[in-house]
Each structure stands twice: as C-alpha cells, then as structure tokens.
Design a protein around this ligand. Structure first.
Ligand SMILES: Nc1ncnc2c1ncn2[C@@H]1O[C@H](COP(=O)(O)OP(=O)(O)OP(=O)(O)O)[C@@H](O)[C@H]1O
Ligand SMILES: [Mg+2]
Length: 467
C-alpha cells in the first residue's frame, strides 16, 4: 500500500477521526483479521456473519495497527465512517488513482478464474512486480483488499472478479478501472441466483463495458455468449480459444498420459510449443487467456510458451493430482463444482485411466436453483458414458446422479450411493486397487477434499482387507 496519513484516509472515506492523530501514517496492509494487524496496519472492522470486527478493534491496535476503520467508536484510535465496506472501496480507488504506472487486469468467468489468475501472476511476474489476490479473493471485500496491497513499485495488478448478481462487476471495476478485461466463459455456476445464462452473460460482460477505448477486451472465441461481448465495448478486441479465427489459439492439442495438455501456441507474431504441468484439457483456454494478456503487455510468444510450461498448480484442490505409494492416482478437484467443471474433470480422469479403471466420487453442485435435479441427472449420465468402473455419489444429490447414470444402458460400472464423507472414504477403501484413478469433486459446501485427504493418507491394507 502507499502510505497515507489518517487525515487523508478520513478525507477519502468521508470519515472522522476518533482518538487518533491526523498525522499518524498507515503504511499498510489493510486487514480484516485482527490477528494479521501488525505495525502500520489499518484494521477494517467488518460486521461478519459470525463475529463483528468491532469487537476485535482493541486486539488489532494491541497488535500494532495504526488505527481502525470502524462504523462506531471502539475505544482505540479510529476513523469512523458510515459504512466500512464503502470506505474500503473509496480507499482502494484513491490508491489506484495515485499509482498511474499500475496496469490493472480484471478477470471474470463462471469457471477457471482463480486458476487463470495464478497463471497471469506467474507470467506477469516476469514482466515486473505483480500483485494478485491470494486464493479466490474475488468479492466486494477481497477485491478492495487486494487493490490496497498495490504500492509504488507495483506494475501489474491482477484482479479476480466474481459476480452473484447484476451490477457487481461494474462496482468492482469502478474501484479499480481495468486496462485489460478477460472473460473466460459463461457457464452455469450460480445459475440459481441469476436465473438464466443470458443474465450471467449480462453480468460478466459488465467487465468489458467498463473498459475504455484504450483498453483491451480478451474474449473466449469458443464461447458464443463471451464472443458476443465484443459488441459491448469500445476497447480493442483480442480473442482466444480453439477457433481457427481466434487471435491467440491452441493448435495440435493433445493430452499426455497424465492428462496434461500439450499444444502449439499460435499468435499473429508466431508460434511456440507448450507442455503444461496442469491437468485437464480445460486448462488450455485458461492458459490461452493468460497468454493473450501477456502478449498484449509485450511478452514474446516464445517466452510466454516457456513460462506457461513451467507453471505449477498454485491454488489448492483444483485438479490436484497425487499418486499414492501403491499406485492409486487421486485427482482432488473438490474446490467447487458446476456442470462444466465436473464434465472437464471426468474427461480428464477417463483419459488418465486409459485401459485401467477410473472412479469418481461426486458430491452435489450447489446454487443451480430450479435446474438442480436435471443437472445432476445429466452429470450422472455423462459420467456413465465416460465408462467409469464406479460412480460413488455422495449426499442429497446422489439419487439424481445415479438415476442419470442408470439411464445409460450400455454402462456396466458400479453405482454406489453414500450419505457422507466418511462413507465415501469407506466405499473407496473397499474398491481402489493399484493403477486406479479416482476423481473427487463436489461444491465447496460438500467438503469432499476431506475424502481426498483421507484416501491419500490411508495405508492400503494387504489382500483387500480394510477393516
Ligand atoms: N476453463 C474451465 N472450464 C471448466 N472448468 C474449469 C475451467 N478452469 C478451471 N475449471 C475447474 O473449475 C473449478 C474451479 O476452478 P477455479 O477455482 O479456478 O475457478 P473460479 O472461477 O475461481 O471459481 P470461484 O467462482 O469459486 O472463485 C475447478 O474444479 C477447476 O478445475
Ligand atoms: Mg475463484
């Protein structure tokens, strides 16, 4: 963060000082967890679902925080504002306005934002000091906090922008106006809240609407709803994808035995081979989007291809592939799940198993609203058509998943319905043999990463005895 006096912070946030000296300087960071408040920090007291940040104000100051951003007096030095979240946004905007050398890159889409954010950070760190959010910090809180981490030396600021409704991305884009806006895809994540894909497209497209004529919109040429966003912006359009007319595209694509993509990165300036360390064909569009952004910032194609080939998975539980000592391969993709990402993960494990056995443990896909049952049936059918050796469906949506699978008459795999994580672990314990590949996937609320952890730490017993 750039250092700001409390007087300036009060001015920016239209707040007033309480028990604080106007000359006190906040050097950052701005934090919302009082335990992270060290010397020079500003602690933003947010009213949370379980706890109210105001109750931790004294603790933050005891830890060294210069002051607290609060909605009421808290007995320690504070800037009192009407609304802490609005004040964070105003502060973030003020910081960005003082950093003209920072290029803001905004990124949205239904699936793959965090994975692509990690790729962007990896590529841009070759170009200059880069700030990107940790994990999946993409909402109205994580976004300004990430912006506030930018300082005088920052050159690139990568922002993951999530939307749960119309206007959300417009709001985030006002806080940090992007020079480059990337839209990955329009899927069915949060379909329940939005009502239809067209509304999701409307919401995601707010990112390109926020770009100026000097900006660049990077759009997925393979997704018709994203491609159509070209008409919603005055910015330069760059497309990516597998389509022959995409500006930045993948050609000669294949997967190696471990499910890692190889392809030729084709750009108007030339081509170069890429061999990813990431798993699944769905990593390819994410890679192309990141490549298009790096190209726009002047990185030569050979260097982009080299950097992409070196990129390791960063954020946890996204296609995290681990081989157990006995040769069982566990694919932990349990960070979240929606129809597109489940299909992509299933394709990958079926490919990885080749002639061997592939299993899938599928928990529910959340937030699908009225389409919940049909989407789970469709996923069950898709899994069955992939020819799994076994499909273990977990929780409330299990019946729908297995019903869909049952309708695929040609499928001879085993259908297993279990109630919870523990039962899923037991079901796998009885079945997994060396050489098998197992996918573990479900929405965040299902907590299925615990299945992956249990399977990986399980010591396979002799002779199939798992008592
Ligand atoms: N391009 C893609 N298409 C389909 N699935 C994808 C794609 N990229 C990543 N995924 C899968 O989607 C899931 C979520 O990935 P990631 O966390 O990168 O997405 P996100 O958009 O940040 O999600 P969230 O909305 O939860 O922040 C993972 O299972 C990942 O493997
Ligand atoms: Mg994310």
């Amino acid at each position: 963060m750039i250092p700001l006096s409390l007087a300036r912070i009060a001015e920016i946030t239209r707040g007033r000082l309480d028990g604080a000296s106007p000359e006190t300087v906040v050097a950052g960071p701005v934090v919302i967890d009082s335990r992270q408040a060290g010397p020079g920090a500003l602690f933003a007291a947010l009213p949370g679902e379980r706890a109210d940040g105001h109750d931790f104000a004294a603790q933050a100051v005891a830890g060294g925080a210069a002051a607290v951003l609060a909605q009421r007096e808290v007995g320690v030095p504070a800037v009192i504002v009407d609304d802490v979240l609005t004040a964070l946004g105003a502060l973030a905007r003020a910081v960005i306005d003082r950093l003209p050398d920072v290029t803001v890159i905004g990124l949205t889409g239904s699936a793959g934002k965090t994975s692509t954010k990690d790729l962007l950070a990896h590529l841009f760190s070759r170009l200059g000091p880069t700030v990107a959010p940790p994990g999946s910090y993409n909402n109205e809180i994580g976004h300004p906090l990430t912006v506030l981490r930018a300082g005088e030396d920052t050159r690139y600021l990568v922002l993951e922008m999530g939307a749960r409704g119309l206007g959300h991305i417009t709001h985030l884009a006002r806080i940090a106006p992007p020079a480059i806006g990337i839209v990955l895809n329009v899927g069915s994540a949060h379909l329940g809240g939005f009502g239809s894909r067209d509304v999701i497209a409307k919401a995601k497209g707010e990112l390109v609407e926020a770009l100026s004529a000097q900006g660049t919109a990077i759009l997925n040429a393979d997704d018709p709803l994203v491609r159509a966003m070209a008409g919603r912006t005055a910015a330069e359009i760059v497309t990516f994808g597998r389509a022959p007319d995409a500006t930045v595209r993948a050609a000669d694509e294949s997967l190696d035995d471990a499910g890692r993509p190889r392809f030729t990165l084709v750009t108007p300036e030339g081509s170069a081979p890429v061999r990813l360390r990431l798993h699944g064909a769905h990593a390819v569009p994410n890679t192309l989007a990141a490549a298009a952004a790096a190209r726009r910032l002047g990185m030569p194609v050979a260097e982009i291809a080299e950097a992409l080939s070196e990129a390791e998975p960063v954020s946890r539980w996204r296609m995290e592939v681990t081989e157990r000592a006995d040769g069982v391969t566990v694919v932990n993709d349990a960070y979240n799940a929606n129809p597109e990402s489940v299909r992509a993960a299933l394709d990958t494990v079926v490919h990885m198993a080749r002639e061997g056995r592939a299993f899938a443990v599928l928990g529910g896909m959340a937030e699908l609203g009225a389409s919940t049952v049909t989407e789970h049936e469709k996923i069950g059918a898709y899994a069955a058509r992939g020819g799994l050796a076994g499909l273990i469906a977990v929780g409330e949506t299990a019946a729908a998943v297995l019903k869909g699978a049952e309708q695929v008459g040609t499928w001879t795999g085993e259908r297993v319905q279990v109630e919870d994580v523990g039962a899923a672990v037991a079901a796998l314990g009885e079945r997994l043999r060396p050489g098998d590949v197992v996918l573990i996937k479900g929405s965040r609320v299902t907590g299925l990463e615990r299945v992956a952890q249990a399977v990986l730490t399980a010591v396979p017993a002799e002779g199939g005895d798992h008592a």
